[in-house]
Ligand binder design. Structure first.
Ligand code: ACO
Ligand code: KIV
Length: 516
C-alpha cells in the first residue's frame, strides 16, 4: 500500500478572505457539497468567531457534509475555540484548527510578545481544543520566515500538547522550493516526536511558487497539503489544489502517493467556485484555464492528430471535460437531458429532472441549441435559489432607444406584497435598477458591474456580476439569461435577497444573545 497525501481545502476560509463580497450560507453549502463530492479529505469551512454569518455557515456545513471532515479555524484564544467547537458540534467528527505566529517579525511586531509566551499560548490552545475533539490541527503562522530552532521547538511543543496535525505555512509566499523542502526535512530530522502527527503545508503564491513549494514539501515527507480550488486566497492566493492533485496523479510513478480526490470533478468544482466567488479564471491557468487543453499552432495540431500524447500529458476527460455529440433542442425529451447530465457526472439526486427540463425548454425556445455549459448554468441557478426568497420579480419591461431616456416598469413580489413601480434612467439597466430600488424602498451603492458571456457565439448566455454595498457590507450578485437586462435584474435581486438573509441571521444572533 502506498502512502496517502491528505487534501485539505480552505477555499471557504482562506479563499473567501480574498473576495470582494462574502459568500452567503447557501453559496458556501454549494461549494462544500461540491468539494465533498470531489473527495476532499478535510474542508475548512470558516472562522466561526469572525461573524454570525461565518458561524452559521460552518454550522450548516458541519450538519450537511458527511464524507469529508469539516474543520474550523480559531486563533490561539479560548473564545475562538469555543465558537469553533459550538459551530462544529453537530458533526459526529470534526477538526479544530488553531494557529499562532512563530516568526520574529510576527511575534514581536504583531503579537507584541516573546516567543516563550507565544509557545505557551499555542500549547494552551491545543490542550483546550483537545477537550472538544481528538482531531486538532495547529499551524505555525509565518513558519517560512521562522528561525528553524524556534520552529522545531514549537512543532515539538504542539505535538506534546496534543496536536494531531501540525501545519507549516509559508504565509507570505517567501520561500523557494529547495528552501521550503529543506525546512520540512529538518523538522523530520530534529523534532523527536514528529511521527506522532501528520505534517501539513499551506503555501501562498506571492512569488508564484505555492504549488512548487507544496510539492517540494511532499517530497520531503509532508503528508497533508492545504490549498484552494483555482488557487484563490489572501493576496496572490494559495496553492491551487487542482494542480496539486493533477501533479500527484499525472506523475504517480514518480511520487507513488495516493490522493483520494476524483480528478473528474475538477472542471465542475472549478467552474462552480469561479462563478460563486466572482473570480474569473485566466485562460492560460494550468488544468482549469479555457486554453489548458487547446492546441493552436500547426505543428502541435499535426502532432495531436497523429497521437494525442505528443502534446498532452493528461486528457481533458481526466478532469471531467466531456465530449458531446447529441444536440439538445426544444425537441429533446427528459431522457436525453438525464443522459447528458449523467455524462457530465451529475447523479439523479442532485437535481430535479422536471424542474430542470422546464427551464431547459424555456431556454431552448429562446436560443435553439442548448449546450453543456447552459445546462450547468441552469442547474447553478436552481441551486442558487434560497428556499424562501423575500424579493422576486414578477414582470420587468424596459423601453430604450438612442433618442430617449430608457423607461422601466417592474412588478415585484416582496414577501406577501405585490409592488409595482416605474422609473426612467440613462440606459435600460439604469432605469431597471432605479425601478427596482423604488419598489424595494432600499437604495444600494453599486460598486462594480461586469457583463460577460457564458459559452460562445451570439446566442451565449449574458452573465452579469455586480457588487453592491449596503450598510458598510459588500454583497455579490450574479445573473444569467439570454437577455442582459434580465441578467442585470437577476443579479440585483440576488443582492437584495442576500441582504435580507444577512439581516435575518443578525436578528437570530441578537435573539440568542438576549435569551442567554
Ligand atoms: C494567515 C491568516 O490567514 S489568519 C486568518 C485571517 N482571517 C481573519 O482575520 C478572519 C477575519 N477576522 C476577524 O473577523 C477579526 O479580525 C477577528 C474576529 C478574528 C478579531 O477581531 P478583533 O478582536 O477586532 O481584533 P483585530 O482583528 O483588530 O486584531 C487581531 C488581534 O488578535 C491577535 N491575534 C492575531 N492572531 C492571533 C492568534 N493566532 N492567536 C491569538 N491572538 C492573535 C492580534 O495580536 C490582535 O490582538 P490585540 O488586539 O491584542 O492587538
Ligand atoms: C492560518 C494559517 C494556516 C494561514 O492561513 C496562513 O498562515 O496563511
Amino acid at each position: 500500500m502506498s502512502e496517502r497525501v491528505i487534501l485539505f481545502d480552505t477555499t471557504l476560509r482562506d479563499g473567501e478572505q480574498a473576495l470582494a463580497a462574502s459568500l452567503s450560507v447557501n453559496e458556501k453549502l454549494q461549494i462544500a457539497r461540491a468539494l465533498e463530492r470531489m473527495g476532499i479529505d478535510i474542508i475548512e469551512a470558516g472562522f466561526p468567531v469572525s461573524s454570525p454569518g461565518d458561524f452559521e455557515s460552518v454550522r450548516q456545513i458541519a450538519a450537511t457534509v458527511k464524507e469529508s471532515r469539516v474543520c474550523a479555524l480559531s486563533r490561539a484564544v479560548k473564545g475562538d475555540i469555543d465558537a469553533a467547537a459550538e459551530a462544529l458540534k453537530v458533526a459526529d467528527q470534526f477538526r479544530i484548527h488553531t494557529f499562532i505566529s512563530t516568526s520574529d517579525i510576527h511575534v514581536q511586531s504583531k503579537l507584541r510578545r516573546d516567543f516563550t509566551q507565544v509557545e505557551q499560548m499555542a500549547v494552551d490552545a491545543v490542550r483546550y481544543a483537545r477537550r472538544f475533539t481528538d482531531d486538532v490541527e495547529f499551524s505555525c503562522e509565518d513558519a517560512g520566515r521562522t528561525p528553524i530552532d524556534n520552529l522545531c521547538r514549537m512543532v515539538e511543543s504542539a505535538i506534546r500538547a496534543g496536536a494531531t496535525t501540525v501545519n507549516i505555512p509559508d504565509t507570505v509566499g517567501y520561500t523557494t522550493p529547495t528552501e521550503f523542502g529543506g525546512i520540512i526535512r529538518t523538522l523530520f530530522e530534529r523534532v523527536p516526536n514528529i511521527d506522532q502527527a501528520v505534517i501539513s503545508v499551506h503555501c501562498h503564491d506571492d512569488l508564484g511558487l505555492s504549488v512548487a513549494n507544496s510539492i517540494a514539501a511532499v517530497e520531503a515527507g509532508a503528508r497533508q497539503v492545504e490549498g484552494t480550488i483555482n488557487g484563490i486566497g489572501e493576496r496572490a492566493g494559495n496553492a491551487a489544489l487542482e494542480e496539486v492533485i493533477m501533479i500527484l496523479k499525472t506523475r504517480a510513478a514518480r511520487f507513488g502517493l495516493e490522493v483520494g480526490a476524483n480528478p473528474q470533478e475538477i472542471h465542475r468544482v472549478s467552474q462552480t467556485i469561479s462563478r460563486l466567488c466572482n473570480m474569473p479564471i485566466q485562460s492560460n491557468k494550468a488544468i482549469v484555464g479555457a486554453n489548458a487543453f487547446s492546441h493552436s499552432s500547426g505543428i502541435h495540431q499535426d502532432g495531436v492528430l497523429k497521437s494525442q500524447n505528443t502534446y498532452e500529458i493528461m486528457t481533458p476527460e481526466s478532469i471531467g471535460l466531456g465530449r458531446n455529440n447529441l444536440n439538445l433542442t426544444s425537441r429533446s425529451g427528459r431522457h436525453v437531458i438525464r443522459h447528458r447530465m449523467a455524462e457530465m457526472g451529475y447523479t439523479d439526486a442532485e437535481y430535479d429532472l422536471d424542474t430542470l427540463y422546464q427551464r431547459f425548454l424555456a431556454l431552448a425556445d429562446k436560443k435553439g441549441q442548448v449546450f453543456d455549459y447552459d445546462l450547468e448554468a441552469l442547474l447553478f441557478f436552481e441551486n442558487q435559489r434560497e428556499e424562501q426568497e423575500q424579493y422576486r420579480i414578477n414582470q420587468l419591461n424596459v423601453q430604450a432607444g438612442s433618442s430617449h431616456f430608457a423607461t422601466a416598469s417592474v412588478e415585484m413580489q416582496i414577501g406577501e406584497e405585490t409592488v409595482t413601480e416605474a422609473a426612467t434612467g440613462n440606459g435600460p439597466v439604469d432605469s431597471a435598477y432605479k425601478a427596482i430600488a423604488r419598489a424595494t424602498g432600499r437604495q444600494l451603492a453599486i460598486k462594480s458591474y461586469h457583463i460577460g458571456a457564458e459559452g460562445g457565439g451570439h446566442d451565449a448566455l449574458g452573465r452579469v456580476d455586480i457588487t453592491a454595498e449596503y450598510e458598510g457590507r459588500t454583497f455579490h450578485g450574479m445573473g444569467l439569461s439570454t437577455d442582459i437586462i434580465e441578467s442585470s435584474a437577476i443579479a440585483l435581486i440576488r443582492v437584495y435577497n442576500l441582504i435580507h438573509r444577512q439581516q435575518q441571521i443578525e436578528k437570530k444572533k441578537q435573539q440568542i444573545l438576549e435569551e442567554a
